[in-house]
Design a protein around this ligand. Structure first.
Ligand code: GRF
Length: 192
């Protein structure tokens, strides 16, 4: 990924499907002077994503793409991103899998946050799986998006201890807290 040159921030779109706590965190980060990115677009695959409220709150353009035919939708998303001169994508709880064609066309400038210490627990229900396996540690990973789910090059990870009293819900909360630290740090690492 190229280094940041001059004062211009990298126009970024955040893709969400749910609560959007990472989105909110990235928006707040983007408003800091040292942030290499600006958040110019919020994209969701559903109008039920709670995180869409941050579009209004922070005055950021939002767009919902309801998936029926993946190929057509991805084509429309690409056109929309181009129209808004978006150069970078952060996935933050986006529940759709992007095709390799989309990833290639966007020049691999797509990153994701995943709530496990990859390569452990790709896919869903990461915290339940960590609890079931009686893991001692959990964590989160920011990685480049590749065609294979949760398998792209790892940028950064953060680790926490799983306490004896933890369950999948408390663990999810604790991991989310470190996700909010890790995502900006990983972006600074990429462009810093
Ligand atoms: C996070 O745990 C993220 O790692 C995963 O989905 C969750 C999204 O949470 N990919 P939020 O919508 O950012 O609050």
């Amino acid at each position: 990924m190229e280094k940041l040159t001059g004062l211009k921030k990298i126009k970024t779109a955040v893709f969400i499907s749910g609560a959007g706590s990472n989105l909110k965190n990235l928006i707040e980060f983007s408003q800091k002077k040292n942030s290499p990115i600006s958040i110019n677009l919020i994209i969701s695959n559903t109008n039920k994503a709670e995180g869409l409220k941050y579009a209004h709150k922070f005055n950021i353009k939002k767009k919902i793409f309801c998936y029926q035919n993946n190929k057509v939708i991805e084509k429309n998303i690409l056109i929309f991103l181009k129209k808004h001169k978006i150069n970078f994508i952060c996935l933050a709880g986006f529940m759709k899998i992007l095709s390799s064609s989309f990833i290639n066309k966007f020049n691999h400038k797509i990153i994701n946050i995943h709530p496990s210490l990859l390569p452990k627990y790709k896919g869903l229900n990461t915290h339940e799986r960590a609890m079931r396996n009686k893991d001692k540690f959990a964590g989160c990973t920011v990685h480049y998006v590749a065609a294979k789910l949760d398998s792209g090059k790892i940028i950064m990870q953060k680790k926490i201890k799983i306490a004896a009293k933890d369950n999948a819900i408390s663990l999810a909360k604790n991991v989310l807290k470190i996700e909010h630290k890790l995502y900006p740090e990983a972006i600074l690492k990429i462009f810093g």
